[in-house]
Design a protein around this ligand. Structure first.
Ligand code: PMT
Length: 221
């Protein structure tokens, strides 16, 4: 990659995992640490980009030279990403966004009642941020990249997801309770809407990030 191939560009990266509150004490969440998204933000800044990092619940220090917006829920993440995306050249959605949130929020801590069965948790759909950005392209020529966290049929699910979401590139990685989430390393296949497949061998999350930026850089006009 050229040293400063992203200079003069504005890129938006989302990282971490959303938390969907049930009450002031509990939430529905996921195992994302934010490391992959932060690696994307750091490497883009190193390549000269102006970077907006929208971070959901990552316990990581703000990277130097990066504008960081901290959010909690999927709805908040959507708002921050859409705002930053208005003038962005590229958007990379590495955050693990909850597809559903609890339908109601209890203002006080939910209590267990003796002798009673627990109340079921009713869920409602969250907005699909990636599909929305890929469909609307707030700025012409914008390159839109998604991630797919899959546990099985990784490639077939990834190809279907790429088409459903309408993004230019989809980074498919395999996840599990002890795989990828929170790790320093990752491995993936980057699928292109043009039919391309770029395998990325096991290595530091920064190495995958640099390959993502190489592929983005080739697509910028
Ligand atoms: O944070 P780490 O511990 O380093 O782990 C990295 C990672 C595994 C979280 C990351 O590499 C990754 O795969 N992120 C995407 C996780 C995910 O939510 O995948 P998904 O298959 O559920 O979603 C597909 C894509 O749609 C993602 O780009 C996601 O950001 C986006 N999405 C999903 C749901 C939704 N409501 N809105 C979205 O925009």
């Amino acid at each position: 990659a050229a040293e400063a191939d992203l200079s003069g560009r504005h890129v938006v990266v989302s990282a971490g995992g959303t938390r969907e509150p049930l009450d002031p004490v509990r939430y529905l969440g996921n195992r994302s640490s934010g490391k992959q998204g932060y690696a994307l933000a750091r490497t883009a800044a190193a390549r000269g980009a102006r970077v907006t990092l929208v971070s959901a619940n990552a316990a990581l220090p703000d990277p130097a030279g990066v504008d960081v917006v901290h959010v909690g829920t999927a709805v908040q993440l959507r708002e921050a990403v859409l705002k930053a995306t208005a003038d962005a050249d590229a958007v990379v959605m590495a955050a693990a966004v909850a597809d559903f949130r609890p339908a109601t929020y209890a203002a006080g801590k939910i209590k267990k009642k003796d002798g009673q069965e627990p109340e079921p948790i009713v869920l409602v759909r969250n907005p699909d941020i990636l599909a929305e950005i890929a469909g609307e392209r707030p700025r012409p020529g914008q390159v839109v990249v998604g991630f797919a966290a899959e546990t099985d049929d990784v490639l077939a699910n990834g190809r279907a997801k790429l088409e459903r979401k309408g993004c230019d590139l989809l980074v498919v990685n395999e996840v599990g309770e002890r795989k990828t989430f929170g790790a320093e390393e990752n491995e993936a296949v980057v699928l292109g809407a043009d039919g391309s497949e770029t395998p990325v061998p096991h290595g530091p999350k920064e190495a995958l990030a640099d390959i993502v930026w190489d592929l983005v850089s080739q697509r910028l006009t």
